[in-house]
Design a protein around this ligand. Structure first.
Ligand code: 3HC
Length: 281
């Protein structure tokens, strides 16, 4: 058992806090306001309820897991953690600023990990005085269910840091797979062009939304069709990652589809806004 800190209580942050607490670690969960923290704790409670219903955990165990999570708005509470994982919104300035502040709060041995889906780990590491201890720990949504943690080594990330983070992911029962620090790493560099192409097919009328999703689900054995998955991830997130790929490689094959841009401009961001390629309650 060790102490870890998660900064950011959104979908990914609360999932990460939950899996560490489930595996027995004490977790400090930091966000900017008590309201954000209340929402995060409520979502963790719901996810644990689901696991209890499936009889994979008892109600008492779920209570113990919840008690291991200490929500706070104070960044200084990260002091004393062996590992800090940030899962704040995908903005380079925000993440760099946060890592710089964390660098001054935690001990010299602490590893600073980012759950970024596409921002350069090298650029994040350079914002701190410990680029050898800055690394990408890219969890997949939904965190309690998905097996993968993509581990991204920045230019100066040390072998020791990589080994420690792989061990931490494996202790959660996850499979850690390393990747180098290039735009989109492996996961989103491969996934997002597929989603973009599915949206292009929809725009061109190659098939309707159910047709495109049905073909990919039944024909390729994907658990969700690409349009359903885009709604699940968030269309703004998909657009942002495609922009990072397009800009990072300067290759037109990553150019975001005009329909994706239009959906985002309209505020139809997928599940989280109740409307994307599909409608949600
Ligand atoms: N917490 C706990 N358990 C959960 C959960 C959650 N948040 N969400 C789902 N589950 C569990 C369910 O209880 C269920 O358990 P069971 O196997 O014991 O019955 C199991 O997961 C499957 O859930 P459901 O039966 O409700 O629904 P599905 O069978 O449709 O599965 C899904 C849902 C797991 C989300 C599946 O559709 C899936 O794998 N979809 C693809 C997800 C994916 O590709 N994620 C990666 C996105 S990309 C990313 O994250 C990177 C980022 O950078 C963009």
């Amino acid at each position: 058992m060790s102490r870890i800190t998660v900064v950011g209580g959104g979908t990914m942050g609360n999932g990460i806090a939950q899996v560490f607490a489930t595996s027995g670690d004490e977790v400090v969960l930091i966000d900017v306001s008590p309201e954000c923290l209340d929402r995060a704790v409520a979502r963790i409670g719901k996810s644990l309820d689901r696991i209890v219903k499936k009889e994979r955990m008892t109600a008492e165990e779920a209570e113990t897991v919840k008690k291991r999570i200490r929500p706070t708005t104070e960044l200084e509470e990260a002091a004393g953690s062996t590992l800090v994982i940030e899962a704040v919104p995908e903005r380079l300035d925000l993440k760099r600023d946060l890592l710089k502040r964390l660098d001054g709060v935690v001990g010299p041995e602490t590893i600073l990990a980012s759950n970024t889906s596409s921002i350069s780990i090298t650029a994040l590491g350079a914002a701190t005085g410990r680029p050898d201890k800055v690394i990408g720990m890219h969890f997949m949504n939904p965190v309690p269910v998905m097996k993968l943690v993509e581990v991204i080594r920045g230019q100066d990330t040390s072998k020791e840091t990589t080994a420690a983070v792989i061990a931490a992911a494996e202790a959660l029962g996850k499979v850690a797979i390393p990747a180098q620090d290039y735009p989109g790493f492996v996961s989103n560099r491969v996934l997002m062009p597929m989603i973009n192409e599915a949206i292009q097919c929809l725009m061109e009328g190659v098939a309707d939304r159910e047709g495109i999703d049905g073909i990919m689900k039944l024909g390729m054995n994907h658990p969700m069709g690409p349009l359903t998955l885009a709604d699940f991830i968030g269309l703004d997130v998909c657009l942002h990652i495609l922009e990072v790929l397009y800009e990072g490689f300067g290759d037109p094959k990553y150019r975001p589809c005009a329909l994706l841009k239009r959906m985002v401009a309209a505020g139809h961001l997928g599940r989280k806004t109740g409307r994307g390629f599909y409608e949600y309650d």
